[in-house]
Design a protein around this ligand. Sequence first.
Ligand SMILES: Nc1nc2c(c(=O)[nH]1)N[C@H]1C(S)=C(S)[C@@H](COP(=O)(O)OP(=O)(O)OC[C@H]3O[C@@H](n4cnc5c(=O)[nH]c(N)nc54)[C@H](O)[C@@H]3O)O[C@H]1N2
Ligand SMILES: Nc1nc2c(c(=O)[nH]1)N[C@H]1C(S)=C(S)[C@@H](COP(=O)(O)OP(=O)(O)OC[C@H]3O[C@@H](n4cnc5c(=O)[nH]c(N)nc54)[C@H](O)[C@@H]3O)O[C@H]1N2
Ligand code: SF4
Ligand SMILES: [Mo]
Length: 767
Amino acid sequence: MTQERKRTNCHFCGYCCAFVATVDEGGRVVDLEPDPTRYPYDPQVLAGCRRWRMNLDVLDGADRVNYPLRRVGERGANQWERVSWDEAIADIAARLRALAAEHGPGTLASMIGGPHTSFWPLHRFMTLFGSPNNMGIGQICWNPRIWMDVLTFGWTVEADIRPETGCVLIWGTNPAESDNSLFWRSLLHIGKSEDTALVVIDPRFTRTARAADLWLAPRPGTDCVLALALLNVIIAEDLVDRAFVDAWCYGFDELAAHVARFTPEYAEGVCDVPAADIARAARLFAGPRGEGAYPSALVSGRGIDQVGRSVAPTHRAICCLRAVTGNVDRPGACVLAEGSDFIPEVDLELTLEHAGELSARCLNTPHTPLQCYEGYAHVAALTERLGRKLPARYLTSAHPDLVLAAMETGEPYPVRALVVEATNPLLTYADTHRVFDALMGLDLIVVLDYYLTSTASIADYVLPAAGAIERSLFQAHGGVANMAYGGPKATDPYYERKSDYEIFRLLGCALGQEESWPDETFEDAIARTLAPTGMDWDTYCLLGLCYVPPAYEKHLIPGADGAPQGFATTTGKIELASVALEELGGPRLPEPGEPRRLCSPEFVAVHEAQGWAHLTLTTGARKQPYNASMYFNNRAFREKAPYPVVEMSEATARELGIEKGDCVVVATDQGEARFMADTIRMRDGLLNADYGWWHPEWTPGAPAFGGMWESNINCLTSCSLDQGEPMIGTWSYNAIDCMIRKDDAPLSWQPGFTPEDAACGARRRED
Ligand SMILES: Nc1nc2c(c(=O)[nH]1)N[C@H]1C(S)=C(S)[C@@H](COP(=O)(O)OP(=O)(O)OC[C@H]3O[C@@H](n4cnc5c(=O)[nH]c(N)nc54)[C@H](O)[C@@H]3O)O[C@H]1N2
Ligand SMILES: Nc1nc2c(c(=O)[nH]1)N[C@H]1C(S)=C(S)[C@@H](COP(=O)(O)OP(=O)(O)OC[C@H]3O[C@@H](n4cnc5c(=O)[nH]c(N)nc54)[C@H](O)[C@@H]3O)O[C@H]1N2
Ligand code: SF4
Ligand SMILES: [Mo]
């Protein structure tokens, strides 16, 4: 039998490692091995990766959805009929057309999740349909940093860790669990090196913290004060890069006056970090001036992206920290990325052509003046001065509080239909009870996924998405850098699955969008995207990479008038005081906000009287081998990590009368969830709960919906705008509060579970 060897990529995480697949005559993939000839390939990454070997099992897994399914029973009853693609697309299109005729095109909303697939086809479809109501992770993952970088520097910056880097500051990220990459390995190396100081800021003593020279464990949500205190020390001790600040920073005196009150002693009171440690971190990051001076790099993550009101000012303060120490667009510090030579996503999505219409229906206006079409246009006009096009999708994404309200109340107009692509919002969006009620009341839900997830189980249509190996990949990270990587599919989709691109093209064409979908296949669309770079599809497949590394110190490049082009901000300088933010109604300088409270005083009082304790909570700290709500269907993984865990320090456990292995209930006004207690080294008085926990082996539909009510931390969270960040609308998954008590009943899949405890599997909320 003849077999072919085909290039392809894994996509079980953002790395998209290069592989070679052996494909038999029938198009079945029979073997898969790493491809050392192509980007991205690294033997160490592969050696540390537990996931890639499951590719073949996933490709033909018994639990995959292989045909379009249409609901036949009550919503959520898990009764389906198999229908043809033609029938599914025609019916969905007809129902969408009718809903739009009745309520206007904004009646269709969408939800996406992490970067699991190319989302621009969904956005092109939504744009042409006329709806701006795209929910996603725009407010809580990565994008708050993108916004603040762009406002301060005119574009985004990436850490540039090199041998000359004197200090690496890791802030609210734990690549040991979230990344498993070369980056994590390089941090381990730096931790051991005498020449580079590693500082980690995290309330938990993570594996990353273990490698550090200095570990600061602030109260969650107080990082803005901490950053302002670092600035205070650097300015007070004159560790500022004067020449750089004088030439290239706007608003230094204002910033200096602003941070004067944030002394290390003041910050110690707020953050509960010793003042001496704050001063030491500041000195390490700034380094000496003159002889012995070195560049410093900084990497931040989810720990400070998901803290509600404080998120924008924290990132702004961090931008200022880089700037006053001269660590901007310099080797060993950070580098400003470039816009892409390939077609940027905003153009693929056709957003700008339709911005007026989308803006008029945008629910975010005026609630979040930055995160909306006007805010986007204001800032994009600045970046375009230096030819860089901001991605629009994440930076305009609709606030779930507002879209859910439009579903619930019909105001300002009824949202009655929803497309869910590559996300499992009943597990990963805030306030599961609210999301569930809102979705159950809709007229039409279409889910594109591999599996009958909890969310898919309440859909009208489940459309079978093709995964890695059976669809091509073009990973462009939102288009904020001149870099894309990936490669071809090794085989056509199994069964009747289709790529996300093809599904949106079919739907678009059924709704009169033919002219805007000239490329029949995703491969053609990628080739068109690459065309401006001069790279063709075959070369892309051969190399796996389309990349132009950015130069340093681009602000010095002469502009049209011969003078240095500067930064793409209102003043042409790095804005320590932000003019653009002020023009949009925001604060010029970073002003910390209060952490979010999810337990009302009444709720706390009633529960305390019943023996519950009131503590601070962070959620979702990344752990291998799971990813959000994914991979819980892998038996080997489940055996290795069988329980949803809530972590606390030993002292806190003692105080609560809880032992490692005990079952506990945690609750807020929104709802409750059950976990197994574990003790680790971390701040006292703090809990950290896993997220994403469900039971794919349970029945997907009612009443347990795949076991999603039992240990789902998002039953406790909330996206309500009132305590969100005012310019972007960021809500909180970290630095929140909850009530906790020990629970004598076992978790529902533990020995000793009895049918009387069956309430575990059903919905539980105190109304
Ligand atoms: N409490 C709490 N909530 C959080 C977080 C937290 O830390 N705490 N983190 C937040 C963050 S940062 C993120 S990014 C989100 C992540 O949230 P999600 O992205 O919703 O999380 P996943 O569980 O990974 O869901 C991905 C779904 O997409 C499907 N899928 C995978 N690949 C494809 C594909 O190519 N096509 C299609 N159609 N489907 C595919 C998978 O089967 C799975 O069901 O969660 C957020 N929610
Ligand atoms: N295994 C695995 N890997 C993943 C994912 C996954 O679900 N599983 N998800 C992917 C996604 S979508 C994302 S966005 C990335 C996220 O990747 P990271 O940004 O590295 O996220 P975490 O690993 O959760 O690390 C965040 C750290 O912040 C700390 N933290 C919590 N609250 C605060 C706070 O208030 N201040 C400070 N300073 N720290 C705080 C937590 O203790 C935690 O150690 O990971 C990606 N990789
Ligand atoms: S899971 Fe990630 S690191 Fe592992 S092989 Fe796949 S893409 Fe590479
Ligand atoms: Mo994320």
